[in-house]
Design a binder for this molecule. Sequence first.
Ligand SMILES: [Zn+2]
Length: 147
Amino acid sequence: MESKVDKTPNNPSRKATARVKNPLPPPTFCRYCESPVTVEKNSAIYGRDYGDWPWIYLCTNSSCRAYIGMHPFTAIPLGTMADQKLRDARKHCKPVFNQIWQSGKMTRTRAYQWLAEKMGIPAGECHFGWFTVEQCQMAKQICEEVA
Ligand SMILES: [Zn+2]
């Protein structure tokens, strides 16, 4: 049995890693400023660690500070690196989507397939963590029509 206690992104859980579908590669350079990206804990952002898996990929440029979290107990990024504007867009647009499947109109899986079709992207790429600001806005608009 693997123990979760001493897991780090350098020593991730093999089980948790195998469970992530369509894993994105870890970012090495920032998509905004092209500075190197480093592995940190989210206390670097918030002042203290949050969550069971407080690891993030963080841009080393102190005036940029784009970051992205990781899937629990893995080194797999949750999506693409995000600056404040993109983090806000993702946070702001996802609840409208969640309403659709939480209300029981569709299953969660079906809702992602439906949204992917509407957006004209493969279902495997339909993750808010992967979206750009424009895609977040598009997703929100689509979801508002049926929510
Ligand atoms: Zn950066």
